[in-house]
Design a protein around this ligand. Structure first.
Ligand code: PMP
Length: 440
C-alpha cells in the first residue's frame, strides 16, 4: 500500500473519525513518544501540540505510570466491581474525591468520555425518578456541543454529522451555541464579553416543554472538540441559576477541561460554578489506560441511595468500571500532577501562551484567536466552496514539518501537554505561523 519501511498493512483497521481511503493513500504514523514529542514512523520528531487527543496532560512516557501499571498487572490484573470489589478502585475514588470538582465527591467509573456522558445522563434521569420527578426524562444539550458518540451523547451533542444518520433519544432539545466572532473576535485577557443572555435559552425551553419534563442540561464549560468555544462572561452562572430555579440538573462535560487544562484542577473550579454532575476521562490516566469517571454531588448520590437495602440503586455499570490497571495508572497520574503542580500549571503558562497565540493574529486568513488556560483555537476563513480544506492543509503541512495540531472545520485547536516550557510554546507558535504563511 505504501513504500515506507516497517509500515504495517493498513487494510484491516477501520479507523475512527477518519477519511479511511484518503488516509491510507498517504498515512501518518506515530511510532514512539517521550515528553513533549512524538517520533513518526520515518524517524522525525513531532512536537505534540495537542497532548495526543487532549489527554496526555503530563507528557509522554511517564515512568511512574508505566511502573504502576506493571506492578498492578502482576498483582491483580482484573477483578470485577459488580457485587465485588478490589481495594485500588476504592483508593482511587477516594483520591479523586479529595480533588473533586466543586466538592462533587461521589465517583462512578467508566472507560471513556462517551461512557461518562451516557452514565451522567442516566444518573440524572434515574435521580429525578428516585425523588418523585419521574416525568423528567428530557435532556437538553447545546448546538456545537460534543459529548462523545453514545446515543445519549450524540443526542445532546450538536454536530450534524454525528446526528444525521442515527435515531436519537426522544424529546431532547438544544440551547444555542455561544460562538459569536462578530462580537467577540480576538478577545484577550479573559472571557468574551458578549453572550451571557444566551443562557436564557434554557428558560425558553422550560416555557416550551415544561420544567416537569426536563431532567438535565449538559454543556462543556469550554467546548473543545468543536473549535475552542469559550463561555461568555456570566453565562455559566446564569445557566446554573436557571437550572436550579426549575429543578433541572446541570451537568458539566469536563472530558477535556478536567485535570488542569484551564489552569485549575477542573473548569468547575476555574469558573466557580458548581454543577450537579461532572463527566471526565482522558487526563484521568494521562491518556495511558482508557478510563473515565462521573463525579456526582452528595444530593444526587444520596437521592439514589433510597429504596430497599438489598436493591441495586442504579442499574448501570461496565465490566471495566474501576479496572484495577486503569486505577493504578490513574493513581500514578494524580501523583505526578500533584508533585509537579500540573493541575494549576496552565494558569502560570497562560499569559505567555496567550501572547504567543495572538502573535499570529495578522497572518493570512486568521479571523479569530481564542485562548484559555493552555488551550487555543485559531479560526481561519474558509476557502471558497471547500469548508475545512484550508485548516486541513495546515494540519498536514504542520505534521510534515514536525508539529501536531488538531483541526475541526477551519479551526485549529491547540492543547499541548501541561509540562510545556515557554520554549515549546514559542517553537509551536513559530512552526504554526510558518505553516499559515505557506497556506496563503
Ligand atoms: N465529551 C467531550 C467534551 C469530549 O471532548 C469527548 C472527546 N473528545 C468526549 C466527551 C468523548 O470522549 P471519548 O472519545 O473518550 O468517548
Amino acid at each position: 500500500m505504501n513504500a515506507r519501511a516497517n509500515t504495517p498493512s493498513l487494510e484491516a483497521f477501520w479507523m475512527p473519525f477518519t477519511a479511511n481511503r484518503q488516509f491510507k493513500a498517504a498515512p501518518r504514523l506515530l511510532a514512539a513518544a517521550q515528553g513533549m514529542y512524538y517520533t513518526s514512523d520515518d524517524g522525525r520528531r513531532v512536537l505534540d501540540g495537542t497532548a495526543g487527543l487532549w489527554c496526555v496532560n503530563a507528557g509522554h512516557g511517564r515512568r511512574q505510570i508505566t511502573e504502576a501499571v506493571e506492578r498492578q498487572l502482576s498483582t491483580l490484573d482484573f477483578a470485577p466491581t459488580f457485587q465485588m470489589g478490589h481495594p485500588i478502585a476504592f483508593d482511587f475514588a477516594e483520591r479523586l474525591a479529595a480533588i473533586a470538582p466543586g466538592g462533587l465527591d461521589r465517583v462512578f467509573f467508566t472507560n471513556s468520555g462517551s461512557e461518562s456522558v451516557d452514565t451522567a445522563l442516566k444518573i440524572a434521569i434515574a435521580y429525578q425518578r428516585a425523588i418523585g420527578q419521574g416525568t423528567r426524562t428530557r435532556v437538553i444539550g447545546r448546538e456545537r456541543g460534543y459529548h462523545g458518540v453514545g446515543f445519549g451523547g450524540i443526542t445532546v451533542g450538536g454536530l450534524v454529522n454525528n446526528r444525521r444518520v442515527f435515531p436519537l433519544l426522544p424529546g431532547a432539545d438544544h440551547l444555542r451555541h455561544t460562538h459569536d466572532p462578530a462580537r467577540n473576535a480576538f478577545t484577550k485577557g479573559g472571557l468574551p464579553a458578549h453572550g451571557a443572555e444566551l443562557a436564557d435559552d434554557l428558560e425558553r425551553l422550560v416555557a416550551l416543554h415544561g420544567a416537569e419534563t426536563i431532567a438535565a442540561v449538559i454543556v462543556e464549560p469550554m467546548a473543545g472538540s468543536t473549535g475552542v468555544l469559550l463561555p461568555p462572561q456570566g453565562y455559566l452562572q446564569r445557566l446554573r441559576e436557571i437550572a436550579t430555579r426549575h429543578g433541572i440538573l446541570l451537568i458539566f462535560d469536563e472530558v477535556i477541561t478536567g485535570f488542569g487544562r484551564l489552569g485549575a484542577p477542573f473548569a468547575t473550579d476555574y469558573f466557580g460554578v458548581t454543577p450537579d454532575l461532572v463527566t471526565t476521562a482522558k487526563g484521568i490516566t494521562n491518556g495511558t489506560i482508557p478510563m473515565g469517571a462521573v463525579f456526582a454531588s452528595r444530593k444526587v448520590h444520596d437521592g439514589l441511595m433510597t429504596g430497599p437495602e438489598a436493591a441495586i440503586e442504579l442499574f448501570h455499570g461496565y465490566t471495566y468500571s474501576g479496572h484495577p490497571v486503569a486505577c493504578a495508572a490513574g493513581l500514578a497520574t494524580l501523583d505526578i500532577y500533584a508533585e509537579e503542580g500540573l493541575l494549576t500549571r496552565a494558569a502560570e503558562l497562560a499569559p505567555h501562551w496567550e501572547a504567543a497565540m495572538h502573535s499570529l493574529r495578522d497572518l493570512p486568513n486568521v479571523v479569530d484567536i481564542r485562548t484559555i488556560g493552555l488551550v487555543a483555537g485559531i479560526e481561519l476563513s474558509s476557502r471558497e466552496g471547500a469548508p475545512g480544506a484550508r485548516a486541513y492543509d495546515v494540519f498536514v503541512d504542520c505534521f510534515n514539518k514536525g508539529l501536531l495540531v488538531r483541526v475541526t472545520g477551519d479551526i485549529i485547536a491547540l492543547s499541548p501537554p501541561l509540562i510545556a516550557e515557554t520554549q515549546h510554546i514559542d517553537d509551536l507558535a513559530a512552526m504554526l505561523g510558518d505553516a499559515l504563511k505557506r497556506a496563503a
